[in-house]
Design a protein around this ligand. Sequence first.
Ligand code: FPP
Length: 248
Amino acid sequence: MAETPTAIPLEKIPQHVAMIMDGNGRWALQRGLPRLAGHKAGTENLRRVIRASVEFGVKYLTIYAFSTENWGRPPEEVKGLMYILEDVIDRELNELHKEGVQLRHIGRLERLAPSLQGKVLSAIDVTKNNDRLILNIAFNYGGRDEIVQAIQRMMKDGVPPEKVTDELVSQYLYTAGVPDPDLIIRTSGELRVSNFLIWQAAYSEWYITPTFWPDFDKAEYHHALESFAQRDRRYGKVSSGELQESNA
Ligand code: FPP
């Protein structure tokens, strides 16, 4: 049986992992540092997590970098997060491209500075044929906003009510064509969905850890994958083992 170097059978590796990278602020506070230092440490960690995802054989990684609600943070923090996105593209794009990572964006681009919008669009274009890992960056993203926009577009397209199905709604979301996340990891111990992929997460498995995002390392990522590999996903039905027993 094909196995990853880390001994989780490949078929048990989630195809799509999504991450709520929470706890940067508290990580910084614990060290007496400004919040932006936490986001910088979080960015360093993101680099490691992207590489680990490629190594583990994850095909889609979606990261929650900036929510539609994050505009309510202090202006210098908002500015800092915008700068981080720009800096990540400037510094990391070549390397990510070489490694076969395809960058995508989910969320509303239009509120970002035009120069940043241009960089995001150009990064998407440069990497569009890569297929080792699809990296969806949720930036200025909100799950409700995504659904509202999908409904608006369906109405504009004149979709009749009886044609509105699960599959059709999925096609109108930013994630059209992307499988729903199998596993969602949330760091820093909060037990909330925070408006992240609320449609797509209907049957996702969750892994929640008290570790702050900058400290969420490869070993713990691997542990999350091990935990996922042991789950019995029933999608509201009964497990296949139980069915066999009751039919015996
Ligand atoms: C939540 O922690 C984290 C964020 C709102 C930003 C996440 C951003 C990064 C990890 C940097 C990578 C970014 C890009 C654009 C690629 P928090 O600030 O809410 O932490 P707290 O709950 O401890 O205050």
